[in-house]
Design a protein around this ligand. Sequence first.
Ligand SMILES: NC(=O)c1ccc[n+]([C@@H]2O[C@H](COP(=O)([O-])OP(=O)(O)OC[C@H]3O[C@@H](n4cnc5c(N)ncnc54)[C@H](O)[C@@H]3O)[C@@H](O)[C@H]2O)c1
Length: 256
Amino acid sequence: MDLKLKGKTALITGASGGIGSAIAEGLAAEGVHTCLNYNSNDKEVLRLKDKFTGMGLKSEVFKANVSQEEEVRNLVDFTIEKLGHIDILINNAGISYHKKFLDMDMSDWDTVIDINLKSYFMVSQLCARHMADRGERGKIINNSSMVEAIARPNLTTYCVSKGGIGALARSLAVELAPYNIQVNNVNPGIIETKILGDKLEKEPEFKQHLIDLIPMGRLGQADECADLFVFLASQRANYITGASYYIDGGVTIAQL
Ligand SMILES: NC(=O)c1ccc[n+]([C@@H]2O[C@H](COP(=O)([O-])OP(=O)(O)OC[C@H]3O[C@@H](n4cnc5c(N)ncnc54)[C@H](O)[C@@H]3O)[C@@H](O)[C@H]2O)c1
């Protein structure tokens, strides 16, 4: 099936590993020009940039902490300047944060909400203004989480941030529909990336505990999630908006 993505342009936040770089790879394989955002380590984004330019695509990298308004503004301006315009925004950057609710202070709240939720609001608003002014179809796809719908212990701020992303996508889907901008969420389950920390490698019993929660009996992989983002970014998904799609081996329904 031709996804009709060739020549489109995409900004991907947090593209320096895990699901973000898998999404970048998936979009590039369909002929999409990319701007790859990173915050700390540029090794992975530079590897991707080399690979994509070798495929004849435009690819740029830009360092920005997406929780900071000025840096987000610079990121979006840079992307438009280098790629000409933005057809697709992938909000992906995020952190996990384990702490007991009773032990938290407001800085814990601010850290997680600013990176995981406020950033999605800020990047979406700047990109949506650009898309609306341009008058062409736009796509915004958020990396949310299964915790949009379920609770996990000691993850309050993370769960709140991901629940907020769900509400944000639904609100924007309604408000931006007249501008031909579609907004959707992908809700991964338990995916084998660095966000799960080094406990996965160091504690086999912890890994097994996670696997036991999943009806399909294995952790998910970043490239399996990426395929769903690519489809939602494509012209084959033009009637889909305001939706949250779970890609989780059944873990969410098993927890409900
Ligand atoms: N791995 C999972 O089990 C899982 C499950 C559900 C949702 N998710 C979501 O997937 C997204 C990607 O996570 P991942 O699993 O690939 O983990 P990851 O740690 O490999 O990727 C997170 C990315 O976000 C970037 N990032 C973090 N803070 C940033 C900031 N302030 N500014 C810019 N970039 C920043 C990191 O540098 C990294 O590139 C996250 O939003 C996460 O919540 C992951």
